[in-house]
Design a binder for this molecule. Structure first.
Ligand code: NDP
Ligand code: HSE
Length: 428
């Protein structure tokens, strides 16, 4: 029987450093749990001279990534580089070399999941990716295993720490967007290119992964309707507050008659909604199953140590499986082929903020267009007084998105309407 499981790590940035530190912190417990020692054989980095967040013996570092994925002594490759290339080629090579893989790379899995899982299955090795969604929050395993008895109805959550941090700072401290983003970058929450966080692509990749597991059907990142938080202005946050709502970047996936509704966008939710209280870098994911009802998973969704908790959990699981001779049990479950609905077909309520001429008859004109397009208004408030222009804030009843878009096109062409400044979907 093996006395030692050897791992090679690709990347020693925020998560690589956290993983190194967590792996070294409770070594003796891991030996008891796994039945063998877990030893780090090599760590690949881009630059050997960079200052590191952790103290690592120089002899462990290499810039030769192939010396890890082709090393016959290494049992598990832990990919913490991020991005598509060279991570994809390296993971595929490792799998073909019969190495198990642990990765936190949601971008890669949400775009090339099929190729990667097929390669793992063909080579009878495992790929674990608990850290790819929700940082330290256990969500992949619960969906695949503990909730397997359920038909999943809905998955909805806050899955991007950076944007939640920014929105929290803007709402609670009146921070400017740029200032809050810099703080999130300094804390290691944001991706190397923060566009992925701010424009919603990171959350889109994560909900694609969750939807694929929840609905047993492959959903890829570019099928997810995605809107980021750049358009959220202090007025929206203030008006939401006046209506007892908060604005969060919500990722959701649900199954309808027409197919899967999978999307990411800023969303207004009532302050009484459990997700409204999820602040800073915290993430939370609601899962609704037909047997279990609603369950919520909550915790730190980004950062070195919390994410390393999930990465090291995967390493321990795989190491134990190797020792017990039961690898290859966490199979891919995307056996269905379900359609993803076009966004025009979704049904939601909407918050609309528009700048209009402050004179008699304007509201009636706008209301007529909404009526003609089957959009029913729940409430309307005028904000701002005295000038020639005023803000009108509407909340619609549930309506088909394509009807709302058709109405807005006509409304924006009215002489009395200067601009629709923002459209935010309302949930709950
Ligand atoms: P970082 O940018 O902090 O670290 C990336 C590491 O990979 C660096 O050590 C870098 O080397 C190394 N690297 C990059 N390219 C190469 C290459 N071609 N050859 C060798 N080494 C390379 O990223 P993070 O740690 O933040 O993220 C890692 C992964 O974890 C990503 O997939 C990310 O999406 C995911 N993730 C991140 C979370 C977070 O909170 N940051 C949370 C959950 C998941 P060098 O240091 O020399 O530049
Ligand atoms: N940049 C990501 C976030 C890291 O802010 O949530 C966690 O995946």
């Amino acid at each position: 029987m093996k006395k030692q499981i050897n791992i090679g790590i690709l990347g020693l940035g925020t998560i690589g450093s956290g993983t190194y530190s967590v792996l070294n912190s409770h070594k003796s417990d891991y030996v008891k749990r796994v039945g063998a020692k877990i030893a780090i054989k090599k760590i690949a980095v881009k630059s050997l001279n960079k200052k590191r967040l952790v103290k690592v013996p120089k002899s462990l570092l290499t810039t030769d990534v192939l010396s890890i994925v082709n090393n016959p002594e290494i049992d598990v490759v832990v990919e913490l580089m991020g991005g598509i290339n060279p991570a994809k080629d390296l993971i595929l090579k490792a799998l073909k070399n019969k190495k198990h893989v642990v990765t936190a790379n949601k971008e890669l899995l949400a775009n090339y999941g099929k190729q990667i899982f097929d390669t793992a299955a063909k080579n009878d090795v495992d790929i674990y990716f608990e850290a790819s969604v929700g940082g330290g929050i256990p969500i992949i395993r619960p969906l695949k295993r503990e909730l397997a008895a359920n038909r999943i109805i809905k998955v909805m959550g806050i899955v991007n720490g950076t944007t939640n941090y920014i929105l929290t700072k803007m709402a609670d401290e009146g921070s400017f967007f740029e200032q809050a983003l810099s703080e999130a970058q300094a804390k290691g929450y944001a991706e190397a290119n923060p566009k992925a966080d701010v424009d919603g692509y990171d959350a889109a990749a994560k909900i694609a992964i969750l939807a694929s597991i929840a609905f047993n059907s492959r959903v890829v990142a570019n099928q997810v309707f995605t809107e980021g938080i750049r358009a959220i202005k202090p007025q929206d946050i203030e008006y939401a507050r006046d209506m007892n709502h908060v604005i969060k970047l919500i990722a959701l996936a649900k199954e309808n008659k027409e197919g899967l509704d999978v999307r990411v966008h800023p969303t207004m939710i009532p302050v009484s909604h459990p997700l409204a209280a999820v602040s800073d870098v915290y993430n939370a994911i609601f899962v609704e199953g037909d047997a279990v009802g609603e369950v919520m998973f909550f915790g730190q969704g980004a950062g070195g140590k919390p994410t390393a908790s999930a990465v090291v959990g995967d390493i321990i699981d795989i190491a134990g499986n190797i020792i017990d001779g039961r690898t290859g049990k966490m199979k891919c479950t995307c056996y269905n082929k379900k359609q993803v609905m076009p966004v025009g077909q979704i049904i939601s309520s909407y918050y609309l903020r528009m700048k209009v001429a402050d004179k008699p008859g304007v509201l009636a004109k706008i209301a007529r267009v909404f009526g003609d397009k089957q959009v029913s208004i729940g409430s309307v408030i005028q904000k701002g007084h005295g000038g020639k222009l005023a803000d009108l804030v509407f909340i619609t009843h549930q309506t088909k998105e394509k009807n709302l878009r058709a109405a807005l096109m006509l409304i924006n062409s009215l002489d009395e309407v200067s601009k629709t400044n923002n459209v935010i979907r309302v949930e709950g």
